[in-house]
Write a protein that binds this ligand. Structure first.
Ligand SMILES: Nc1ncnc2c1ncn2[C@@H]1O[C@H](COP(=O)(O)OP(=O)(O)OP(=O)(O)O)[C@@H](O)[C@H]1O
Ligand SMILES: [Mg+2]
Length: 302
């Protein structure tokens, strides 16, 4: 059963369409990576999920309830970490954590103290004196000490150092082990690769790819460099070949992973002298989806 289901979600701000028919879901017990370039619509989608803003059309269902109408009920079972944490400046970190807990109604005090230690947080300091990373830690401790069924994390590690990034990853793996679900919006691809069962990629308000990391690997390309006895012909007409160019070291190109076999067979007719390949990475795939999107930027007022 899907715990969270986004159906044809559209959100307009005046004339600007931030979300244009977004569809995806988070299944029970899975960690979904929600990725896409700046301004793609991730935070807007999350704001609709939390009932902070109202959809123009379409719907978001969480625990089979309506994200807008049943927000109060839904909130009892979710934990949320924003990317840019603004805390009450005059409360201490510890007070904020407890306040979050009271709102949610089920803080686990043992867990809270363990997380404060793990994240190396001084809870007695006033929030206005915290650095960005430390404010982020307060929100993370608050979220992971509640016993939620769905954790909605919007770029939760943007200010964390590598050591704390690791602690964060352990937290996500912990809740996953307990069968909880996580929506993780992130630009840190290694984090996504490590934690997520599936990813949905959003770009300019539309989901352009959804699938398991394994499925997406099929969409990856391998970088090849070949040198042959006779010049290779016909390669530019083959399916799945990209960025073909003749270099001093040989013929350089990228090939879609599922076209590798035919391409190698074709090249082998020309007498392979040298063949080098760089393994396909999800990063390359993500980068391709990220590229060429900085055209809009209109109405950016965050
Ligand atoms: N209140 C608003 N009024 C007008 N435009 C808005 C508003 N909120 C968001 N937008 C626009 O909607 C688009 C999507 O923004 P959103 O914050 O969802 O992007 P994002 O994917 O979270 O990006 P980032 O990776 O930078 O956090 C952007 O173009 C943004 O300027
Ligand atoms: Mg955002």
């Amino acid at each position: 059963m899907s715990l969270l289901k986004v159906t044809n979600l559209t959100k307009r701000f005046g004339k600007f369409t931030a979300l244009d028919g977004v569809n995806f879901e988070v299944e029970n017990g899975e960690v979904l990576g929600f990725i896409g370039p700046n301004g793609a619509g991730k935070s807007t989608t999350i704001r609709v999920m939390l009932g902070i803003i109202k959809a123009t059309s379409g719907e978001v269902k969480i625990f089979d309830k309506d994200a807008w109408k049943d927000a109060v009920e839904i909130h009892k079972r979710i934990a949320y970490v924003p990317g840019d944490v603004n805390l009450w400046p005059n409360l201490t970190g510890g007070e904020v954590i407890d306040l979050f807990g009271k709102l949610n109604g089920q803080t686990n005090k043992g867990k809270r103290d363990e997380l404060i230690k793990k994240f190396d947080l001084d809870p007695s300091k006033k929030c206005r004196t915290y650095s960005k990373g430390n404010r982020q830690k307060v929100a993370l401790v608050a979220a992971f000490s509640t016993d939620a069924d769905l954790y909605i994390l919007d770029e939760p590690t943007s200010g964390l150092d590598p050591l704390m990034e690791k602690v964060f990853q352990e937290c996500v793996m912990d809740v996953k082990r307990q069968g909880k679900s996580v929506l993780l919006s992130s630009h840190i691809l290694s984090e996504v690769e490590k934690l997520c069962d599936r990813v949905s990629i959003i770009r300019q308000g539309k989901i352009i790819e959804s699938g398991s990391l394994n499925e997406l690997r099929h969409l990856t390309r391998t970088q090849m460099l070949v040198d042959t006895k006779q010049p290779v012909t016909g390669l530019q007409d083959m399916e799945g070949i990209h960025e073909l160019e003749q270099t001093d070291q040989g013929l350089s190109f990228q090939v879609d992973s599922d076209k590798m076999d035919v391409v190698i067979k074709h090249i082998s007719q020309f007498g392979i002298v040298k063949l080098e390949s760089a393994p396909p990475t999800l990063e390359d795939l993500f980068m391709r989806h990220y590229e060429g999107t900085n055209k809009t930027g209109v109405g950016d007022e965050r």
